[in-house]
Design a protein around this ligand. Structure first.
Ligand code: FE2
Ligand code: FE2
Length: 256
C-alpha cells in the first residue's frame, strides 16, 4: 500500500530547502536536519521539491538543494547515530575498496601507455607489454564489479524511486564494459598492427576509458552511494545484499 504523504512534513522539508538556499549556517542546518528528516519518504522529498518549483525555483537548483539535504541528513545521522552504517563490513566498503583498485589500475595503464609510446617495436616478450597485458587482465576481471552493482544494489535503489540515478550508473557500466573489451582485443591482437598503429589505438582507448572511469567513480562515491546509504534505511536490506555478494569476494584481485 502506498504511504500517505504527510503535508506538514513536506512543508517542513520545503522550508529547510529554502534555508539551505538562503545560506543559513551549515552547523545549525545539520543540528536541525534529523528532526526535519525523521520518517521522511522519497515522495515527501519530491513533493517539497515540487512546491519550490511552484514558487519559481529553477529545476537545477531544486535538484541541488535536494541533494544537499540528503547529504546533510546522512552527516546528521553519522553525528547522532551509534556508528556509521557504512562501517563494519558493509557492502559499500567492499565496493569503495574496489574503486581504489580501479583507480590504481587506470593510473598504471596510463603510465604504461606513455612508456610504450617510445618503443620502436611492440612485442609480447617485452616487460612493458607484459605489464600492459597484466593490467588489462585485472580490468577484465573487474567487470564483475559492475554486475554486482547492477544486479544487487541498484534494484533496491530503483524500488525506492531513484531510477534516474540508477540509469546513469547502468549506462556508464555498459560503456565501461565495452571499453574494457576493446582494450582486451587490442592487447591480444597486437601482432595484427604496426607499432605506430598500436600505439595510436592504445592511446585513444586508454584516454577514453580513464576519463569515463574517473567520472563514473566520482559519481558513485560522491552521490550515488551517499544517497543509497540515506534512502536504504533498513539494515536487513543491506545484510541480504552482503550475503548475496559474499561468494564473489573482491572483484579483479585474482586473475587466472
Ligand atoms: Fe562501482
Ligand atoms: Fe559502477
Amino acid at each position: 500500500m502506498a504511504r500517505t504523504v504527510d503535508k506538514a512534513r513536506v512543508s517542513r522539508v520545503a522550508e529547510f530547502l529554502r534555508r539551505i538556499d538562503r545560506g543559513d549556517d551549515v552547523r545549525l542546518l545539520v543540528r536541525d536536519v534529523n528532526g526535519v528528516a525523521e520518517n521522511l519518504g522519497p515522495a515527501e522529498l519530491a513533493a517539497a521539491g515540487r512546491s519550490l518549483l511552484d514558487e519559481g525555483y529553477a529545476p537545477t537548483l531544486v535538484n541541488h538543494l535536494s541533494a544537499a539535504f540528503l547529504l546533510m541528513r546522512k552527516y546528521g545521522q553519522q553525528l547522532s547515530g551509534p556508528k556509521d552504517p557504512s562501517q563494519g563490513g558493509h557492502i559499500l566498503q567492499k565496493v569503495t575498496a574496489e574503486h581504489g583498485l580501479f583507480r590504481c589500475l587506470a593510473a598504471e595503464l596510463s603510465e604504461i601507455t606513455v612508456d610504450l609510446r617510445a618503443a620502436e617495436c611492440i612485442s609480447d616478450t617485452t616487460a612493458e607489454y607484459r605489464r600492459l597485458a597484466h593490467v588489462v587482465n585485472h580490468l577484465h576481471a573487474m567487470k564483475e564489479h559492475f554486475e554486482r552493482e547492477d544486479d544487487v544494489i541498484l534494484p533496491s535503489l530503483r524500488r525506492l524511486g531513484w531510477a534516474g540515478l540508477c540509469e546513469v550508473a547502468e549506462e556508464d557500466h555498459t560503456q565501461l564494459r565495452a571499453q574494457i573489451d576493446s582494450l582486451t582485443s587490442l592487447v591480444t591482437g597486437t601482432h595484427r598492427l604496426s607499432a605506430e598503429d598500436f600505439q595510436t589505438a592504445l592511446a585513444v582507448c586508454v584516454g577514453r576509458f580513464c576519463s569515463c572511469l574517473s567520472e563514473h567513480l566520482s559519481f558513485e562515491d560522491g552521490l550515488l552511494w551517499p544517497v543509497a546509504l540515506v534512502v536504504i534505511d533498513d539494515p536487513a536490506v543491506w545484510r541480504s545484499m552482503k550475503t548475496f555478494c559474499e561468494e564473489v569476494g573482491y572483484c579483479g584481485v585474482h586473475v587466472v
